[in-house]
Each structure stands twice: as C-alpha cells, then as structure tokens.
Design a protein around this ligand. Sequence first.
Ligand code: AMP
Length: 549
Amino acid sequence: MHGLMMHKQLLISSLIEHADRHHGDTQIVSRRVEGDIHRYTFRDCHRRARQVASALTSLGVQPADRIGTLAWNGYRHLELYYGVSGMGAIVHTINPRLHEDQVAYIANHAEDQYIFFDLTFLPLIKLIAGRCNRVKAFIAMTDHTHMPKDAGIDNLLCYEDLLQQGSADYVWPMLDEDAASTLCYTSGTTGNPKGVLYSHRSSLLHTYAAALPDALNCSARDVILPVVPMFHVNAWGLPYIACMVGAKLVFPGPALDGKSLFELLEVEQVTLCAGVPTVWQGLLGHLEETGQHFSSMKRTIIGGAACPTAMLHRFQEIYGVAVLHVWGMTELSPIGTIGTLKARHLAMSPAERNAVQSKQGRAVFGVDMKIVGADGLELPWDGATSGDLMVRGPWVVRDYFKNESDCSPLLEHAGQAWFPTGDVATIDVDGFMQITDRSKDVIKSGGEWIGSIDLENVAMTHPSVSQAACIAAKHAKWDERPLLVVVRKAQAALTREELLAFYEGKIAKWWTPDDVVFVDTIPLGATGKVLKNRLREQFGDHLLVKAVG
Ligand code: AMP
C-alpha cells in the first residue's frame, strides 16, 4: 500500500522560489570583478534567474543542454545556478585554474552550448574559443559599458543585454526530480577529468542534510560567505542552503586575500565562512599582522584538505570561532562527514577537543560509510585500524558523465554497490572518520588537484630521465606540493633547474614541481608499480625540511 501524501518533485527552482516568497528582502552582496560592491535581494535574484531562463529559451537552449560557466562567486553566477538548472538545462561549472587544454577538453566533452564567463577569464576564453566548436556563443558576465572592445571573439554576447531580452514572467517547468541539474568535473587520478552529474533530487537531499544543526547548522539568522568557489562542487552546496534557510549571502568575487576577505566579513557582519585551509592561512596571517579580531564570525567550515590542529586552535581558542571540519568529494556533492562534537566531548579540555575535531568527522544522515581491508572485508571502528574508505548514498556518484571506460566507478561489496573514495581512513567508536593516507595518486595543493601521472609523463619525455615518480610532499602554505623523484640516465648530467624549465608551456605553471630529488633507484612493488607510499615516507617532509634549512 502506498502512502497518501502528495508527490512533489524535488527541484532546484523550488529553492529560489522559497527564498523569494519567504525571505524576499534578504540580501545577496557581491564583490564584483568590475571592482565595486553589488547588493540586491533574493527577490531580485529570482526575477533575474527567470530572465536568464527565458533568454536562454529564446536562444534555443533545450532541456539537458549543458551551459558552461567560468566565473567567481557572485550574484550573476548564482542567477545562472538557478536560471539554467531551473529551466531543465544543466549548469556546468568549469574550474578556471586548470590548464587551457583541460578547460577546452572539459567544455568539448560536456558539449557546452554556451559559456558564460567573468571578465577576468577573457584571456582564457580567447585561448579556447577556436577549439570549442560546439559553443554557440561566449557570454561576458558584465554590462554593456564594461564589454571588452575588439576581443577578437566572433560570437561574444553581453550578459546584461541578454537578460534585458528575458521575461521575468517565465514560469519554472515541472521537471522530473531525477533530471540532471549540474555538472562538475574532477581532475582526480589518471586520465582526463571526469564529469560528475548531479540531479535535482540529489542536490535537494544534500541541501536538506547539509543544513542540519550537526552538519553546517545554517539558519535565517546567518550571514554566509562561501570562499570555496562556485566552480568547486557548487561551493559545497552553500548557494542552495542559503535559499533553503533564508540566510544572507556574501560573495567575495576574485578578492580572496586575507585583507579583502576580512574587510568583507566585517562590513557585512558575516557569521559563517567556508574554504580550504590555504585560504584561512592568509586570513589568519592578516589578523596576526594587524592585531584585529572578528566581530561577528561564529563558525567556519574548513575542508577540501585536512585542517591542521594548529589552525583549529587559532580559530577556536584565539579568535573564538568554532571550526566545522568537513570531508567530502566532488563525487559526493560534496559533503560526507562533519566533525561536530557529541555531548560527551563537551567536557573535554580544548586540546582533547581539538584532537577530536582534527578528525574528518561523522557521516551526515544519507551517507553510509565503511572501511575495508585488502581482502575486501569490513574493518572495525576502533580508531586505530585503517582501511579503504567506501561510501554510498543518494548524493554519491553512480557513474561518470559519458564514461568512456567500461569500468563503473563503483565496487560490489556484500551485495551492495559502494563508491571507493581513494582515501584511507580509520573510524572510531563514536563514528569519527580520520583520513590517514590516500591510495589515489594525486596531489592536492591549496585545495586544487595536481595530477602526479601527468607530471611524471612530462619528466619521462626528457632525454636524460630514466625513471620519474611524483609525490605529494607536505608544504606549510599549500598543504601539499609536487616533488619529483628522478633516476637520471647513465652518464646524463641533468640538473634540477633544467628539468623544471622543461615543464614550461607543457602544464599549468602552478603545477610545476617544487623540487627534484635525484636518486639511484625508485622502489617498485611486486607488480612493477612504483611504491609511492615508500617514497612519501622517505621524502614527504623534504619541502618542510628545505624551508627550515
Ligand atoms: P574534491 O573532489 O576536489 O573535493 O577532492 C576530494 C578529496 O579531497 C578527498 O577524497 C580527500 O582526499 C580530500 N579531502 C577533502 N576534504 C578533506 C579533509 N577534510 N581532510 C583531508 N582530505 C580531504
């Protein structure tokens, strides 16, 4: 027998509709690339999102068409989040920090019909425009006055002009909640970047769960500033959460340095922030230099990379800001676990409490997790035994978009499909997961991926290199940076400088390894694979030691 309750599709458009109706005068504040501060309300945003949908319909955009964005966190990007998904098309956020070849690859693989971009990224658009043949037009997210002159791009449109042609009477279509809403590529392990395709349903369920008190604890009394980019897994869902709960939103645009962030936090009286540890290093550094303190900030979400215990201490004990340590992945929409304390942790000393919060946290409802050993059997939750972390749930990826390989990303375990995260972790009796290692071969620098295999491939094409392995070495500012371990060919006199110069033009500049270590042999496992964990044990602290020396 079925229940007798209404069946309403879970749609992204309902979030902005709700925000308009119930929190219509709540503000959205944005630092614009044009340099000024822009201020309007959820009601304005809803009107303009409908204009976006109407204008795109006039341009011939169909349901399921992909619409790319290369943009910072700002109100126009938010309008695209709601306008594009709301009309049934798919908003495809592209990471502008990638090398132009990867950006072109991603736009082509996604078959983007239109690409919206912030003016900052005009040089990038110029580089890729000729290579993206399916793109019907590139749309500069600015007004007529700021449109670039003689940009040399044939099919260039102006966002504000386009919006003028859209009608605010547009009515959101009633879509199937399982329809795709958003596409985000992750450049994790080997090969080309892979697309994770979220649905309206998965996004809405994630939003409900992420807003809960023991999750991000968001409310209509909050002022939320997502530093985490909207091109990184939907800024961890905060643009959706803000609409669901009616929180004021503050967008920092391109100004992510400590001084600019602090200024915005104070002027807008922000209560909740979110970003990777590297961003907070900059902000805390600014506070220490100037002796300033936060006047409104209560909580900060730190994720994307492990939050160092020293950072927890500085935020919590010195600045009185509670840290929410979050673990997630693009494949998880992204939230998996959050380090919110249980009642029995409250009596702990600050040092003990910080040790608990240094762990990546407890699973939010909806995410099922376990750790398994090499034999595939589940391991105990004793806080000591580590194994491969597996997850499943309604906002966990099932397959990659246009997955060309025959392989599913999922593994069958005890009759159920699980997503292997590539992270190695322990889980304690309270359910707090702690990442101890990573089985996937990648480097995460300042919250952004660097493919170690790509770096090795470049090194291996150098005529003097016999063997090369690239590992994540610990770094004080960027958390991890690439370190190249190289065996030279016999009699070759290759230097560090020559090898690093060899990377020029072949990869994004910030991917260049920080250092090269020359060795006689590289350790190999039984199947001939490089033992990266052995190299990490040996050279993991190389950059820290070098910095001190
Ligand atoms: P992404 O798909 O770019 O969001 O990256 C996801 C990966 O980042 C995870 O699989 C982890 O390896 C790493 N990661 C994310 N959050 C944390 C965290 N709090 N601590 C340690 N690693 C993290």
